[in-house]
Design a protein around this ligand. Structure first.
Ligand code: ADP
Ligand code: MG
Ligand code: MG
Length: 321
């Protein structure tokens, strides 16, 4: 029998990110099953390779509907619903702009304004036609592309949780590169919460602004420092404003969402990013199961309500307001 005090860490590189799984038992079979599941789901959902269920839909844009599996269909349906919410900056059809900017990929450059303008008409979520009977997805215009980059990791993290629970594992942490999902509390002595680092923007990867303590919650962070490039002193990051076609430009460096399900965390980081601090704080009073931490360019750390987490500041360059 392994001691419950010990942490067993398993890692892999999947979805272009380092993936970390922490368990309290020596269980390489469980870790392999988790990594296998992540790989299977990545294979369905990626747009960074030539072939996936999603790429089949994109390749058939303007031609014909493509039948996808039920889970992929439901994920697209959810992404479409969120995209159509009032004032949503989440847009599942942002693909053509993401591909053109190539932010975080080789060959990134600021595209000519005229080109960005010409791609905007290809990013209309209402032109994703869904048939729930057959799970068929049709993009009505040639050149349209669905991109689930802002939601896929959250969805996958939740499926990993399902799998761990099926394997009777109730205390674990999975980190999908920015998306952390915890099951229960850690089994270290008397610890009742996991400590999850809030990364310091544009610093060493292990430099932290502070620590977020949670148990059984998802913690998702989206930050401008994750994927970006700089040209002529200006920073271009990977969350695009569907209205302009340019990276979202506001006071934020990162948004962290604490929630039960990681898919909500992934969706809301993007939504709140687009709203900015003021609107987000007002909006969050209407969605009590979602809580957030905002980090601004001027070094402020702003917290919403804190029923589901505790935050401890550790870095002098930042201050709580
Ligand atoms: P990651 O954790 O991989 O950085 P995020 O959840 O932060 O992903 O979402 C960013 C990704 O979402 C981008 O890399 C891109 O693929 C996609 N994306 C960019 N802008 C938008 C948008 N306005 N709506 C939906 N998806 C977007
Ligand atoms: Mg992210
Ligand atoms: Mg997201």
């Amino acid at each position: 029998m392994s001691s419950p005090e010990r942490v067993y860490s398993y890692s892999a590189v999947l979805m272009g990110s380092p993936i970390l799984l922490k368990l309290f038992e020596d269980n390489p079979q469980a870790a392999s099953a988790v990594f296998r599941l992540i790989k299977q789901l990545e294979d369905l959902l990626t747009v960074n390779r030539e072939h996936s269920q999603l790429m089949a839909v994109n390749h058939a844009a303007g031609q014909q509907p493509v039948v996808v599996s039920r889970p992929v269909f439901e994920l697209i349906r959810r992404a479409k619903t969120v995209s159509l919410m009032e004032n949503s900056c989440f847009n599942l059809t942002i693909g053509p702009l993401v591909k053109r900017w190539k932010i975080g990929f080789r060959g990134d450059a600021v595209p000519p304004q005229a080109e960005i303008q010409s791609l905007l008409p290809l990013t209309r979520p209402e032109q994703v036609i869904l048939d729930p009977q057959t799970c068929a997805v049709f993009l009505t215009q040639v050149g349209m592309e669905i991109d689930l980059g802002a939601i896929a990791k959250g969805y996958i993290a939740d499926r990993v949780r399902d799998l761990l629970l099926q394997m009777d594992i109730h205390h674990a942490l999975i980190n999908l590169g920015g998306n952390v999902l915890t099951l229960g509390a850690p089994q270290h002595g008397h610890q009742t919460a996991w400590g999850i680092g809030l990364q310091k923007p544009f610093a060493a990867p292990d430099a932290l602004i502070g620590t977020i303590e949670v148990a059984g919650k998802s913690v998702v962070t989206s930050g401008v420092y994750e994927r970006y490039f700089e040209r002529d002193g200006k920073l271009y990051h990977h969350i695009l404003d569907p209205k302009t076609g340019y990276p979202l430009d506001n006071e934020l460096l990162s948004v962290t969402v604490i929630s039960d399900d990681s898919i909500d965390g992934d969706i809301y980081t993007t939504l709140l990013y687009g709203m900015g601090v003021e609107k987000s704080l007002r909006y969050l009073t209407t969605v009590p199961h979602i809580e957030a931490i905002f980090v601004t360019r001027t070094g402020q750390v702003i917290l919403s309500s804190q029923r589901q987490f505790r935050f401890t500041l550790q870095d002098n360059d930042y201050h709580l307001v």
